[in-house]
Design a protein around this ligand. Sequence first.
Ligand SMILES: C[S@@+](CC[C@H](N)C(=O)[O-])C[C@H]1O[C@@H](n2cnc3c(N)ncnc32)[C@H](O)[C@@H]1O
Length: 285
Amino acid sequence: MENGMPNVTSEFNLSLEQFHEIAQVVERMTGINLPERKHALVYSRLARRVRALGMKSFADYTAFVNGTEGKDELFKMAEALTTNVTKFFREDHHFEHFKTHLMPRLISKAKAGEKVRIWSAGCSSGQEPYSIALCILASLPDARSYDIKILATDINTQVLATGRRGVYALEDLASIPANLRNSWTEASGNQFEFDEAAKRLISFKQLNLIEPWPMKGLFNAIFCRNVMIYFSPELQSTLWERFASKLDDEGMIYIGHSERVIGPATGKLNIEGPTAYRKKLRAVA
Ligand SMILES: C[S@@+](CC[C@H](N)C(=O)[O-])C[C@H]1O[C@@H](n2cnc3c(N)ncnc32)[C@H](O)[C@@H]1O
């Protein structure tokens, strides 16, 4: 590939017109914005699909996904264009903040019989919600005895299946602090598995963030990190406001290191450290 464009030796040809057609469909379905510099990425991710379907060209592929028979493939195409890079305790200052500045209040709430709700929005294969679960278990080992839940959502069903299984490659264990990995994971062969205590705190559900959200209640903390970078500024602004409206008073939202809250949500949140925002208290009339 050169300048993001396939060279003459590419297996298939993805014309700019076909690229734009795909980019438009994907943005409408998922919010993911694919500028022309992503041509090489779209080519490599979708060439696999073209091959898997035994097709000869992107022209055949786009005709198929646009036809009545292509509905399932349309969804697979969108899934193939999500980027699912993640890591346990990624941007670990958020977990430090969560443990130090939020957990004491959440423990009091839980012990008083109140609900505690955390949302990992765009959770990928589960490393983020398991990191949250371990922070909770570190401060409250019997967390399961209380009404504490982590909702973990993503648009991609394949990554959600990995999260539900709770089994990961042994080499990933090193990013989990030693005391937590010793208490809440079990290694076997070249894999390790989370303890039921961690698994049961998390509910993995498919949710497309640009569609209506079925959850009725508010959250004490929302982690939405490294998801908004893929969306247009207009969509980011709309979604930040929707997130702010789902936060309980003084609830926290943690965002990715290269992201920032923009639009009307800025009036509802106070900045509390890099990429951490706290919901302002509702004005009492
Ligand atoms: C780079 S991963 C971030 C994972 C994790 N939050 C982290 O920071 O490590 C971005 C995730 O956002 C998900 N995503 C992209 N568009 C989405 C949408 N419209 N609704 C829900 N999830 C989406 C992708 O499937 C992907 O798993």
